[in-house]
Design a protein around this ligand. Structure first.
Ligand code: GLU
Length: 295
């Protein structure tokens, strides 16, 4: 299956950590059981969150596999599980989390305005964003790819073949910048909206010829409607997903990185993936090396 190509974009260094999870089934462990009595140094963000007894978390609501708000009214997906796993380690139960839809362009503003405690939303770590927010992680690496109508009627073969066609993507996200800066798509060729599900709908009814963003988001749309869409399956970027937090919370960043590492060791990272995106993407990812919190 095309999504197996994910293997090639997972950094080799990440393999070491995955070995720690082997030989331990952990089927009985609930990812989201909150730690009974965590204790944190006073004055840290962790201590403040614990004292408040609640958390507000930004995620996507329209991306199957990573963040999709379904009929239950609660978002579901790998990003959501990663967020719940961090909340649980802070002593915050699932029912004490308020989920805020954070479309791509809203992620930095929401963190800067402290509207959310953290953002887990297919959020690529890059220098531009790093200037205004901080990132823990990465916890996953995706790659930009292209979604076309089933049968690929416009014969799209890669990003270079999108010249002269209509391609949809989202404002404030890395794929838009890549298409403009690297592949020279003009404002006529690039249709920008606020959320990927709008591009999916535009592709479904023939208003655009292609949708470009991360392969895992596109895989989610294929899984919803395999008779309508197909994924090119040729990723052409590296998108390391980080957990966005407001600037100046280094101990919180370190805490999240440790939580991720522990989740690999006790099997909850793998369980979180298998219960969500792993239902469609066959390859279980390995946790990339953390980038460090002193950036
Ligand atoms: N990972 C890319 C980004 O953070 C694209 C996906 C998204 O917009 O959420 O910009």
């Amino acid at each position: 299956m095309r999504s197996l190509r994910l293997i090639s974009i997972v950094p080799a260094a990440a393999l070491v950590l995955s070995l720690a999870a082997c030989g331990d089934s952990n089927e009985d462990k609930n990812v989201t059981t909150p730690v009974a009595k965590p204790s944190f140094e006073p004055g840290t963000r962790m201590a403040d969150i614990l004292a408040s007894g609640k958390m507000t978390i930004g995620t996507k609501f329209d991306q199957p596999l990573f963040g999709l708000k379904g009929l239950s009214g609660k978002p579901e997906g790998f990003d959501v599980e990663i967020a719940k796993l961090i909340a649980a380690k802070l002593g915050i139960a699932e029912d004490k989390i308020t989920w805020v839809e954070s479309v791509s362009a809203n992620r930095e503003p929401f963190l800067q305005q402290r509207k959310v405690d953290m953002v887990v939303a297919t959020y690529t770590i890059n220098d531009k964003r790093d200037k205004v927010v901080d990132f823990a992680g990465p916890y996953f690496v995706a790659g930009q790819d292209i979604l076309v109508a089933k049968g690929n009627p416009k014969n799209i073969t890669g990003p270079e073949s999108l010249k002269g066609k209509k391609t949809c993507t989202v404002s404030g996200a890395t794929p838009a910048a890549t298409m403009q800066d690297k592949y020279g798509l003009t404002t006529n060729e690039l249709v920008l909206v606020d959320a990927y599900s709008k591009c999916r709908d535009a592709l479904a009814n023939g208003q655009v010829d292609a949708l470009t963003t991360d392969n895992v988001i596109l895989s989610g749309y294929v899984s919803e409607a395999p008779d309508k869409f197909e994924l090119l399956g040729k990723p052409f970027s590296q998108e390391p997903y980080g957990i966005g937090i407001p600037e100046g919370q280094e101990p919180f960043c370190d805490f999240i990185n440790k939580t991720l590492k522990d989740a690999v060791a006790d099997g909850t990272y793998e369980k979180a993936f298998r219960g969500t995106a792993g239902k469609v993407i066959q390859t279980t990812p390995t946790l990339p090396e953390p980038r460090g919190c002193d950036k």
